[in-house]
Design a protein around this ligand. Sequence first.
Ligand SMILES: *[C@@H]1O[C@H](CO)[C@@H](O)[C@H](O)[C@H]1NC(C)=O
Ligand SMILES: *[C@@H]1O[C@H](CO)[C@@H](O)[C@H](O)[C@H]1NC(C)=O
Ligand SMILES: [Cu+2]
Length: 234
Amino acid sequence: MAPLHTLVKATLLFFSTASAHFVLLNPPSLEGENIDEDKLANGPCGAITPDLAKNDATDFHVDGDFISVQLTHPQASWLFRGTVEETAKNNWTQLFPIVSQTGLGKLCEPAVTAPKAWIGKKGVIGVACKGEDGLLFQCAVVNFVSGSNTNPGSSCSNASITADFTSDSTLSALVGDGSDSSSTPPSSPSSSASSSPTSSATGNAAPGSLVQTDFPLGSLITVGAMVLAGVALL
Ligand SMILES: *[C@@H]1O[C@H](CO)[C@@H](O)[C@H](O)[C@H]1NC(C)=O
Ligand SMILES: *[C@@H]1O[C@H](CO)[C@@H](O)[C@H](O)[C@H]1NC(C)=O
Ligand SMILES: [Cu+2]
């Protein structure tokens, strides 16, 4: 039964890897395709602290451009934020209403805007994902440019998901420059203080890259059934 055993193990590995995280597809994540899952919980950007002097940047149109993410959990809420500050540690500006996604796979918001005052500046787009693992982070370094990107084409698509605007005090606390302290309770966490021990405690996830294809629920159910069938046969 070696081949079957191997198949089951490979399937379990695939399953745990694919179900553990999210991916920032566009603008391209600073970590590329090799997102360090153990550091996703480190605010503000996951494993890599942006360096505006060194990092490559893609253009982001301030009058509307697309942010594409891929969710590998059944539900999560998204905060899209930006900054033109060197350290990208504080003073994030919210770029879009918080979106709650239900269903696995891609969500693309085609018309995310940024302040016109950022035209000509290099900065950071940050994504915070709040799901069953707590808060997870990814960032992209961008050049803010004028105009809008009216033709993202097939890189901007939605899976079979539902998405609604929502409110979320944990995510809302991740924006603002802290100068408006009258409306912010002192206990409010900052993005840089949110390094919860969650992801490193899972331990069973494979190192290395995330699978970049879509995972419709049907295929996950099929995979789950294969795992169960395989376990029953061992
Ligand atoms: C925070 O960012 C905004 C928008 O870029 C800017 O106007 C403001 O001066 C910044 N605040 C601080 C404290 O740096
Ligand atoms: C994807 O769904 C969101 C939420 O309903 C919507 O705002 C967005 O326009 C959709 N994207 C595309 C490419 O249709
Ligand atoms: Cu996860």
